[in-house]
Design a protein around this ligand. Structure first.
Ligand code: AKG
Length: 273
């Protein structure tokens, strides 16, 4: 019997069968995929409480939420892993590390980690189309970076799950508004999964039409020639956190890639590797 899997004139193809390979293929072609994190549900619920607590602390640090609204940074908690160790655990979740290595190769760095809160009935700056590598209008033959949104709450059509424009990581410009309306796709994903995007894919938050929060933790992971939004080794030192013992995690957090202070520091680091 004929099946839709048959083909002709095809001598090269992406492999299938392995879930990581499937995710890599979806990312490459469409620019997005959903990946289970394998983190326990109880742990994920705890992240919601921790995110709310850290956001409240950051609001206090800056002297009130109006200051955040003024800089279009309301409902975003930044650099979570410097505030609570569980956020380092999610940034290093094994399925995410495996996928990052498959997409980016052995060398990649955590460029930023943000907690995002999509509240009902509140304007959300993230609901505007954007790339996570902001202001970049060019294409690259290899992925430069991915973003990985760990869903703390289920992402649903009603609560504002992320909209994506598949394939737009392959085109420099933003398409027309009509194109965006025609081809936008809202991606549902269960709590505990990562919504992974090519960081050059245009996307936006949806409108939350429920009466509950939709929360996630976004990670941008990229090739190490790009700069971190916040110097994570410095932020962790400021929070009294020792550098992690695992050299791969140290490298991922940027201990290896931060600019050297001077020539002696650069040569010292080279000698040590
Ligand atoms: O809220 C969302 O679903 C998208 C968040 C987003 O666009 C971002 O963090 O860059």
């Amino acid at each position: 019997m004929q099946t839709t899997d048959e083909m002709y004139g095809v001598t090269e193809r992406l492999s299938d069968g392995d879930p990581t390979d499937e995710a890599v293929a979806e990312l490459r072609v469409n620019g997005c995929t959903v990946l289970p994190s394998a983190l326990p549900a109880e742990f994920i619920r705890g992240l919601g409480v921790a995110l709310d607590r850290i956001y409240a602390r950051q609001v206090e640090e800056i002297g009130g939420e109006n200051a955040l609204h003024a800089m279009h940074d309301a409902d975003i908690a930044r650099c979570m892993l410097a505030y609570a160790p569980e956020f380092l655990q999610i940034a290093t979740a094994p399925p995410l590390m495996k996928l990052a290595a498959r997409v980016l190769g052995n060398e990649f760095v955590l460029l930023m980690q943000n907690g995002i809160i999509n509240r009902p009935a509140r304007e959300n700056y993230q609901a505007k189309w954007h790339r996570d590598l902001n202001y970049q209008h060019w294409t690259s033959s290899k992925a430069l970076a991915i973003n990985a949104l760990l869903c703390i709450d289920d992402f649903t059509f009603d609560n504002g799950a992320t909209f994506v424009l598949p394939g737009t990581h392959h085109v420099a410009e933003f398409p027309s508004a009509a194109f965006a309306r025609k081809f936008e796709r809202q991606v549902q994903a269960p709590a505990g999964s990562f919504l992974i995007l090519d960081a050059m894919l245009f996307h936006r938050a949806g409108v939350n039409r429920t009466n509950r929060l939709r929360r996630a933790v976004n990670h941008v992971i990229g090739r190490p020639f790009m700069a971190q939004q916040i110097d994570l080794p410095c932020a962790l030192a400021g929070a009294g956190v020792e550098p992690p013992a695992d050299p791969a995690v140290r490298k991922y957090l940027g201990y290896r890639w931060s600019p050297a202070r001077d020539v002696a520091d650069w040569r010292g680091r080279r000698a040590a590797t």
